[in-house]
Design a protein around this ligand. Structure first.
Ligand code: DGT
Ligand code: CA
Ligand code: ZN
Length: 568
């Protein structure tokens, strides 16, 4: 059904005509768009059956518009639409997304200030150039800047840690629908990319039509963008889009391989299939008319002469060559982590008591668990002075008696001060089982200084590892100016580890840096940096990045028994 697509074109034409200052026509296009998008009958069917005459029976559809609908159905395009787009840069059109900026204002910004992109709009608003136009004031400038933030947020890729749990919930709902045999998350979510554009889901069923309708009615669906028997595209209530594809159960393997991607990995597989005289798509690996493999991912890879590649490695970065030689690394598994080494409690800025956190760690089946509240200079985080460190240690000793099934480690997340010194003296550090070194201040130091601070911490004999080494916050803050080569050299020299922080907005080190550490044999630890009991469940996102960086169990200290690596 093309109704939605046609409506979208007419809406866009109305906007473009508005910007050009054309009168009346935009109104007519908008009216027709509204009628067409809510028309239950397939407009294409009406046209095929009774031509433009049939279309004109729809309200708001006259000669001119009926002609354009016909043109779109026949050619997939509307010529006038294409011509309008040529007259107005995309950036000008995108300004319409800013709340409060209508076509008239956008037209003036374009004509009078030559603003043709959101970047230029932001620049001139910040330079206080817009308030000089008549009809715009200081207030409109502020509104524009605020609106720009909103628009930017809407186009940003979303955090894996926020979207994956949501997607898993929806897939579980789908699994409960009648006629659904299996359902899975696919796309970048399944590959555990740190951010995702949208949600891709696959549903395996023998009656796609029935399932399609049920999916459209799920309570989380806000708007159905596209509905068919192979694909339902929806916008969910949290603002993210989801593509749900329906496939026959026998296509479980080929469907998953195709829609997990990445695109680059998929292209490489298809080329390989062609070289072997076959064709690959979601409908299977096919030779002539015979389906060679489609039921499981393993079957598909095997028929291509490959080991099964874990989803997190499917980026076409050398994994196919390794899979061909049967030399894929055995990457760390989601059940391999034996303890969390970076966690907080109410003693500093955590939400839960030490006992509540430890109870959850026991439930998670950990062998060991480190409590690492902030050090004294982190005043905003209610860091502990030396006296409170001692008191907290006594509490941990008591809890250890209460929870003999887990080894509790006394730790601290110790600030690396701007002068390069650690926030506690060596005498205090020596008492701790785990010393995490973190940068929480002086983010604007230059590269030389920042690198020196980090290297200094690595050279301190009591430090166990560096937390969130680059300091980046996804979509919010860039990494500090830091020479990662140099700090990796220092870690190699001192035998120290780096953290893969699993907190959704951090994921730091990222997969690329993880891979460098793996190549250099620098040990890693994966931790949640939990500030609440719920946060302890973030572990899998960190493991996902470790897997994306090809880390094996032996690259990860906390995937190994304590006595294998803890020197104290
Ligand atoms: P995203 O959405 O940007 O976070 O990343 P993906 O990988 O989920 O990309 P998406 O949603 O465009 O497509 C989902 C999967 O479908 C993708 O991983 C592989 C497959 N796919 C999509 N477009 C193409 C294509 O043009 N060629 C191939 N081979 N596969 C594609
Ligand atoms: Ca996707
Ligand atoms: Zn922390």
């Amino acid at each position: 059904m093309k109704n939605k697509e046609i409506a979208a074109i007419f809406y866009e034409m109305a906007d473009l005509l508005d910007i050009l200052g054309v009168e009346w026509k935009p109104l007519a296009f908008r009216k027709a768009a509204r009628v067409i998008e809510s028309e239950p009958e397939d407009v294409e069917k009406i046209f095929r059956k009774s031509g433009e005459k049939g279309l004109k029976e729809l309200e708001g559809v006259g000669d001119a518009i009926a002609k354009k609908i016909g043109e779109f159905i026949e050619t997939g395009k509307v010529k006038e639409h294409e011509e309008l787009k040529k007259q107005i840069p995309d950036g000008v059109e995108s300004m319409l997304k800013i709340p409060g900026l209508g076509p008239k204002k956008v037209a003036r910004l374009f004509k009078e200030l030559k603003i043709d992109s959101l970047e230029k709009l932001e620049k001139l608003a910040k330079a206080e150039k817009i308030r000089k136009l008549s009809g715009f004031g200081e207030k409109s400038e502020e509104d524009i800047l605020m609106g720009l933030e909103l628009v930017k947020k809407g186009t940003e890729r979303k955090l894996l840690g926020i979207i994956l749990p949501y997607a898993e919930e929806i897939v579980n709902e789908i699994r409960k629908l009648p006629h659904v045999e299996r359902a899975e998350v696919a796309g970048s979510l399944r590959r555990m990319r740190e951010t995702v554009k949208d949600m891709d889901m696959l549903v395996f069923t023998r009656t796609p039509g029935v399932v399609s309708k049920a999916v459209q009615k799920l309570s989380e669906v806000e708007k159905v963008e596209r509905a068919g028997d192979t694909l339902v595209s929806v916008r969910l209530k949290n603002g993210i889009s989801a593509d749900v594809r329906m496939l026959a159960p026998d296509l479980y393997g080929s469907g998953l391989v195709h829609f997990t991607g990445s695109k680059e990995h998929g292209i490489a597989l298809r080329n390989r299939a062609i070289k072997m005289g076959m064709k690959f798509s979601e409908y299977g690996l096919v030779k002539g008319k015979k389906i060679v493999a489609s039921k499981s991912e393993k079957d598909v890879y095997a028929a291509l002469g490959l080991q099964e590649v874990p989803p997190e490695m499917r980026e076409n970065e050398g994994e196919i060559e390794l899979a061909e030689k049967k030399k894929l690394p055995e990457i760390v598994g989601y059940d391999d982590i034996r303890g969390d080494l970076h966690t907080h409690t109410v003693w500093s800025d955590g939400a839960h008591t030490t006992e509540q956190m430890v109870s959850r760690a026991v439930e998670l089946g950990y062998e060991y668990y480190a409590i690492t509240d902030h050090s004294k200079s982190d005043v905003v985080a209610n860091g502990l002075n030396e006296k409170r460190v001692k008191e907290h240690m006594m509490e941990i000793d008591k809890l250890q008696k209460k929870f003999p099934q887990i080894t509790l480690l006394k730790g601290s997340e110790v600030a690396i001060l701007t002068n390069g010194e650690m926030d506690y003296s060596n005498k205090v550090l020596k008492e701790l089982d785990i010393v995490i070194a973190s940068i929480h201040s002086g983010f604007k130091n230059d590269e030389k200084k920042m690198t020196a601070r980090m290297v200094g911490a690595l050279e301190n004999e009591h430090v166990t590892f560096i937390a969130h080494p680059t300091g980046r916050l996804i979509n919010q803050r860039n990494p500090y100016a830091l020479n990662t080569e140099k700090i990796m050299d220092a870690a190699q020299r001192t035998g120290k580890a780096f953290e893969i922080n699993a907190f959704p907005s951090r994921l730091d080190f990222d997969a690329k840096n993880v891979h460098s550490c793996v190549e250099r044999k620098i040990p890693l630890v994966i931790n949640t940096d939990a500030h609440s009991v719920q946060n302890l469940d973030f572990m899998k996102f960190g493991i996902g990045q470790a897997r994306r960086g090809w880390a094996t169990k032996k690259d990860i200290l906390n995937a190994q028994p304590l006595q294998k690596w803890l020197k104290k």
